[in-house]
Design a protein around this ligand. Structure first.
Ligand SMILES: Nc1nc2c(c(=O)[nH]1)N[C@H]1C(S)=C(S)[C@@H](COP(=O)(O)O)O[C@H]1N2
Ligand SMILES: [Mo]
Length: 181
């Protein structure tokens, strides 16, 4: 009898421990998801039904950390004004350092695949992100970026004065997922 009780308690303990303890998920809509080689997931693996947009883009994942606006803003807001020849005017961006977003997700790999809603994607290394002081803007000229515009997030790198960025193809907008490899 004692043995049975002990075995039951042991089994229940294992069951309780096996349920992943997700960090408190954000209350607002998810603006960015970091997937792949990360140590700080805060949501379960992708679901073929409920993660319908990811599924439509053939994106599945085991580990992911989702950020709502409050979570991004909590990482510390940097401000950067950039003028690019093709743009109608200089834009003042606000958002966290992309390096800090990667750290918040516990990113382990150095290779990043940054994907936008329109299917555009770029590859960048985490070391480049850190060196260049790249920000993940979620605001421009004081207003949050949104879907249908250039949001939810926009990768912006510092430039010297009015000079155009070294590689404008990396100024990826409408970013919603970053895969760490
Ligand atoms: N989501 C997304 N971001 C993007 C692109 C794109 O097609 N989609 N084009 C890139 C390229 S090639 C350039 S030169 C700059 C400016 O392009 P734009 O005229 O589309 O803003 O954005 C970059 N970011
Ligand atoms: Mo371009």
């Amino acid at each position: 009898m004692i043995r049975l009780k002990t075995a039951l308690i042991a089994a229940m303990t294992i069951l309780i421990l096996a349920v992943p303890a997700w960090a408190e998920p954000g209350k607002g809509p998810v603006m960015l998801t970091i997937i792949g080689k990360i140590d700080k997931p805060n949501r379960p693996k992708s679901d073929a039904f409920f993660d319908g947009f990811f599924a439509s883009q053939d994106t599945t994942f085991k580990n992911a950390r989702a950020f709502d606006t409050a979570a991004l803003d909590a990482l510390g807001v940097k401000t950067m004004t950039v003028k690019y020849p093709k743009w109608p005017k200089a834009i003042t961006f606000e958002g966290p350092l992309l390096a800090d977003v990667l750290d918040a997700a516990g990113a382990r790999g150095d290779k990043l695949i940054i994907r936008a809603l329109d299917g555009y994607a770029i590859e960048m290394s985490a070391s480049e992100v850190r060196k260049a002081g790249i920000i993940l803007a979620n605001k421009r000229d004081g207003a949050y970026l949104g879907i249908g515009g250039r949001g939810p997030t926009w990768v912006v790198m510092p430039t010297a004065g009015d000079k155009k960025p070294k590689d404008d193809s990396k100024l990826i907008w409408a970013v919603y997922v970053i895969e760490v490899r």
